[in-house]
Design a protein around this ligand. Structure first.
Ligand SMILES: [Zn+2]
Length: 676
């Protein structure tokens, strides 16, 4: 703790937890019933998706019920790696989600970590159909469902904070879709009724006030199943008490790297800063906020609300955008320098927001963004075996050490790979990334069809127009550019099938049973009567693209993958952490290269490794010429911001360098000074 700056997030959280404990309500536990374990192995497969009905605003796409999509190919291996790493073992040695968790009846951690862990563990367990992982999840879920408070509240008695319950509601909605457990909807109904009468006197505060939209998702989920009018009252109350993200981004004023000291002064002290101003510029809050306007538009019926997400992304990109598809926030908004960091929680929460926003807006650009984050920023922040993660990742990351780093407010451990570097939230929260991405690959369309929203190997089991349909998608995308989709309706069935065509694919080729059809920008819609065994072949056109960023720096992409120069990595154990370690990583090769803007790039493809994103087996490489820029250096283990005017070395000739997919290079340069 002594390493952390004053008024760190941890200190704030301790204060918040104390306040919660002091105001905890009295309670009388209900008689516990023996927890049941769900029998369903297939989850939501075969259930029809639900679309908002009047008075709610229609939306063009809806997520399929959890469990409808099973991972295949490299994606299955990735989820198995997650289960074989921290994802399937964290509770065995990390007390925060261990047997003493307040979310399973103990006296230990009782705030956000248990629900965070479950938000990923529940879909992972069912996607892998793992009895062991399901049993781990049921320890928490049974306790939560069997121990509501008398007044309708649920969860640990040691605090009454609305925020951690917002996360647990996300868990319960997924779990209900997977297991059809009759305890879920009554508990949610009682809780929401309680909240409706309690919130006027005990309004949303701090994290809950900033993240009200995440609860709104669960409120609408229940409303679509019960049509309980009180839920729409609660929706209005959440919006009324919650922070106005749309208004804030309409007049966005945080256009620079946050100066935390200055903002603290402006706010009138550290407490006031963390109560409001600090939360507005907080990375995870901004990530979760990307769903606020689209989700609210379902209640308000306003197209302006729905489309406000574009303004939000535009502001974040313009002032804080990074080449990995994320915005910088370490832990507050940090400007466009690729030496700034992004927290892993911010990565997975941005992904979840984009998955929902994509369904509600139908804007394929959000799918492009989602893939860029999922295939680059997400795996980059974890070791290839998923036993350790970073709190902050940097696009230009030349060392991961305890040296002073350029963070706005985070501590010196932030870019180490470890069990809980800097703060423990990401340790509990990263698990939702891959499973929820898997669950959003295909969606239902409002006109009674199906849509491929993102691409990765998977199998879909769903209902289309009351007929069971299986979709098998075979692909090594994003490492390769072909996707093969086999449609297996139970009987011949007419329905529209939409394929998202990424904006980077200029010349997409699509064929149905060998017959070419015209590809359109955005979505390509195929209307036909599908017979069992019909095959769609898609070949995307992934040219190497050069992008300009901070100080005109050059970054290279090909399709959905971002490429980076790998720096030789020397991994040093800093301390043992049970079955894993905290690591520092030191550079063993030079990295200060500049590149000519019109450089020629040669692409080579290689076998995809068992660990799909591992740097030792890059599936694709880009070869190009670079020249050393002697004046560009590291300071305290951190690459100086990319220079605007880079002078190449007069003594050294240009040389061929090889770039690999971003996630495989744990030390890397992603944004290069432009030579000319
Ligand atoms: Zn975090």
């Amino acid at each position: 703790m002594s390493q952390l700056p004053p008024m760190s997030r941890r200190a704030f959280l301790q204060g918040a937890a104390l306040a919660g404990a002091m105001s905890a309500l009295t309670f009388r536990p209900l008689m516990a019933t023996a927890g049941s374990t769900p029998a369903s192995a297939t989850g939501g497969a075969g259930q029809a998706p639900l679309f908002p009905q009047a008075p709610l605003m229609p939306q063009p796409f809806a997520l399929l019920p959890a469990g409808s999509i099973k991972p295949g190919g490299w994606l299955l291996r990735q989820l198995q790696i997650q289960a074989g790493g921290l994802g399937g073992h964290l509770d065995e040695f990390w007390p925060i989600v261990g047997p003493d968790s307040g979310w399973s009846g103990g006296t230990g951690e009782s705030w956000e970590d248990g629900p965070y862990f479950l938000d990923g563990l529940v879909p992972l367990a069912w996607q892998l159909d793992s009895p062991k992982l399901k049993a781990k999840a049921m320890r928490f879920i049974n306790w939560t469902l069997d121990h509501p408070w008398d007044n309708g509240m649920f969860g640990p008695r040691s605090n009454d904070d609305w925020w951690p319950r917002m996360v647990m509601l996300k868990v319960l909605t997924q779990y209900h879709e997977l297991a059809d457990d009759p305890r879920v909807m009554p508990l949610m109904t009682r809780y929401f009724h309680y909240q409706l009468q309690a919130m006027p006197a005990r309004p949303l505060r701090d994290w809950g006030r900033m993240r009200w939209q995440d609860e709104l998702v669960s409120v609408l989920w229940l409303y679509q199943r019960t049509r309980d009018p009180k839920l729409l009252e609660l929706a209005q109350l959440l919006r009324q008490q919650g922070y106005d993200w749309q208004g804030a981004f309409a007049h966005f004023r945080f256009t620079q790297k946050v100066d935390a000291d200055a903002l603290r002064k402006q706010a009138g002290g550290a407490d006031a800063f963390m109560e409001d101003l600090g939360l507005q510029v907080h990375g995870v809050n901004n990530a979760q906020a990307l769903k606020a306007s689209p989700v609210w538009s379902i209640v308000s019926g306003s197209a302006g609300d729905r489309d406000a997400v574009h303004r939000q992304l535009q502001m974040l990109d313009t002032y804080h955008g990074l080449p990995n598809g994320m915005f910088s926030a370490d832990e507050h908004l940090a400007g466009r320098s690729p030496s700034q960091g992004t927290e892993l929680c911010t990565v997975v929460e941005t992904m979840y927001s984009l998955e929902l926003a994509l369904a509600i807006t139908g804007d394929t650009a959000l799918g492009d963004r989602l893939e860029r984050i999922a295939f680059n920023a997400l795996p980059a922040a974890l070791t290839d075996d998923m036993w350790a993660h970073q709190y902050n990742q940097q696009p230009n990351q030349v060392e991961c050490s305890l040296h002073r780093q350029p963070w706005t407010s985070d501590g010196p451990e932030s870019n180490l790979f470890g069990l809980e570097p800097n703060f423990r939230c990401c340790t509990a929260n990263f698990h939702q990334g891959w499973p929820k991405f898997t669950n959003s690959l295909w969606m239902a369309t409002a006109d009674g069809g199906l849509a491929a929203m993102s691409y990765a190997p998977c199998t879909v089991h769903t209902m289309v127009r009351d007929v069971p349909v299986v979709v098998e998608q075979a692909s090594d995308y994003p490492f390769r550019q072909t996707v093969s989709i086999t449609i297996r309706p139970q009987r011949a069935l007419a329905f529209p099938l939409r394929l998202r065509v990424p904006a980077w694919s200029q010349d997409t080729r699509i064929a149905v049973n060998g017959k070419t059809i015209k590809a359109a920008a955005g979505f390509t819609t195929i209307e036909r009567t599908w017979a069992p065994g019909d095959v769609i072949e898609v070949v995307f056109d992934a040219a190497v693209k050069t992008e300009r960023g901070y100080n005109d720096a050059l970054s290279f992409t090909r399709g959905a993958l971002v490429y980076a120069l790998p720096i030789k990595e020397n991994w040093v154990v800093w301390r043992k952490r049970g079955p894993t370690n905290d690591w520092q990583v030191y550079p063993g090769s030079r990295w200060n290269l500049g590149i000519e803007p019109d450089v020629a790039v040669a692409v080579s493809e290689h076998p995809i490794g068992e660990k799909p994103f591992a740097g030792t087996t890059p599936a694709v490489q880009l070869a190009l010429q670079g020249r050393y820029v002697p004046a560009w250096k590291a300071e305290e283990g951190n690459a100086e911001p990319v220079p605007a005017k880079a002078e190449p070395s007069a003594d050294e000739a240009a040389q061929t360098i090889t770039l690999v997919p971003y996630a495989g290079a744990k030390l890397r340069i992603t944004a290069f000074p432009s030579l000319g």
